[in-house]
Write a protein that binds this ligand. Structure first.
Ligand code: TRP
Ligand code: SF4
Length: 400
């Protein structure tokens, strides 16, 4: 019912590394030019698992925003904010909790998985059970249409769609809905009214999804419809009643698997990371001490790049000519491992250079970051307030 709006959040639970850059941030930077984008620090989500180490959160919030900016997220293109500074998220979470079946939360695959994974921590809390619902509130409060997430988060977006549907089903009914919807069709004008009705019939009688999409874009183009009529006509397409909350789509980011220093996926829990703005000397040290093909004990032993984690990084950072040089040199023992690692070190440093430069101004003047976030929170709050007005009205809280 609204133009594309992208929303995504990240938990401030640790230093961002190059895995985050290749897996998430590069994608955000690209999307900010194509869509309206909202990116936020999910500090309440971090508390669901880190409730006993608040200092971790405090430390990481601002560092994480600096990492985003360093990676090229541009506050003049995207809105950046902090979840807890838009308290409407909590209000929507509470209101949605009224209609959320406990079983839906208990059956979330992430619930048991995470409890097992973080077995050192007691996660049989109310807050942790509600994690996916808080995420739904994050998404629905902005009527986001696209949610870029990793594979593990897809069930949460699916769950959000079900919550939106349930909400619309319960609260979208209004007295005389059909009559009002028919009256709204008339307001589209002869030709468009006829087209809308045809497309709706095709969808409802034949399940024609393309017809549904066409009808939706037809509505998207109608500038003069009131918000109420717009919601009715969207709702009327699929049956039901008014569509108060809109269903988001998960946007699966092409899983670029960034290899870590040991050849496994780069991840904090494997201790194989290079941070986004890692000290230059440290980058060199980490790569120089990377394990290589274990068969190359002596410099004169030939090796096989397929068995070497350094090769994985050449696949990310090196061009064809360099890769060819590695293949030849490694298999013939023509080059040593230290030599082989040099172009990788250079590649990482070059990638990080603009990030370090961008970060520097924010490190020099932290008030810049505070201001960016203050602006973002204000924008986000405006949008959130609009949705909350509709939600409160729908739930019988609109009295004055
Ligand atoms: N749960 C997400 C993660 O762990 C973070 C998150 C919180 C989020 N709220 C969100 C992501 C809303 C997308 C949309 O990665
Ligand atoms: Fe790995 Fe390169 Fe050494 Fe071969 S030469 S084992 S690819 S580091």
């Amino acid at each position: 019912m609204f133009a594309d709006r992208v929303l995504s959040g990240m938990r401030p639970t640790g230093n961002l590394h190059l895995g985050h850059y290749h897996g998430v941030l590069k994608n955000w930077v690209e999307m900010q030019h194509q869509y309206e984008c909202l990116f936020f620090v999910a500090d309440w989500h971090a508390l669901t698992t880190h409730y006993d180490t608040p200092q971790v959160i405090e430390q990481n919030v601002w560092d994480m925003v600096i990492d985003w900016l360093a990676a090229g997220v541009d506050p003049s293109q995207a809105t950046l904010f902090i979840q807890s500074r838009v308290p409407e998220h909590a209000e929507l979470h509470l209101l949605l909790s009224m209609i959320t079946p406990l079983g839906w939360l208990e059956r979330m695959p992430t619930y048991k998985d995470q409890q097992e994974k973080l077995s050192g921590k007691d996660l049989s809390t109310y807050g942790f059970l509600g994690y996916p619902l808080l995420q739904s509130a994050d998404i629905l409060i902005y009527r986001a249409t696209q949610v870029p997430v990793g594979e593990d988060q897809v069930p949460h977006v699916e769950f959000t769609r079900e919550i939106a549907r349930r909400f619309n089903h319960i609260y979208g009914k209004e007295v005389g809905f059909e009559e009002k919807a028919e009256a709204a069709i008339k307001k589209l004008g002869g030709k468009k009214a006829k087209l809308y009705t045809e497309l709706r019939t095709r969808f409802q009688e034949q399940g024609d999804v393309e017809a549904l999409e066409s009808a939706k874009s037809l509505l998207d183009e109608q500038q003069s419809l009131s918000l109420g009529d717009r919601e009715r006509l969207f709702g009327y397409l699929e049956g039901g009643g008014k569509m108060i909350l809109s269903e988001p789509q998960a946007m699966l980011t092409a899983a670029s698997r960034m290899p870590g220093l040991d050849g496994q996926k780069m991840s904090k829990s494997y201790g194989n990371t290079i941070s986004l703005r890692e000290d230059e000397a440290e980058v060199g040290k980490k790569i120089k001490t990377m394990p290589t093909d274990p068969a190359r004990i002596r410099r004169t032993d030939p090796g096989d790049p397929a068995k070497c984690p350094v090769w994985q990084l050449h696949l990310v950072y090196s061009n064809d000519a360099t890769r060819e040089w590695v293949q030849q040199g490694c298999k013939s023992a023509g080059i040593g491992c230290i030599e082989c690692k040099q172009p990788v070190i250079a590649g990482v440093l070059e990638e990080q250079k603009p990030m370090r430069e961008r970060a520097q101004q924010y490190l020099d003047d932290p008030s810049l970051v505070r201001n960016i976030i203050a602006d973002g929170c204000e924008k986000a709050r405006k949008l959130a307030t609009e949705t909350m007005r509709d939600v409160r009205d729908a739930m019988g809280l609109g009295y004055s």
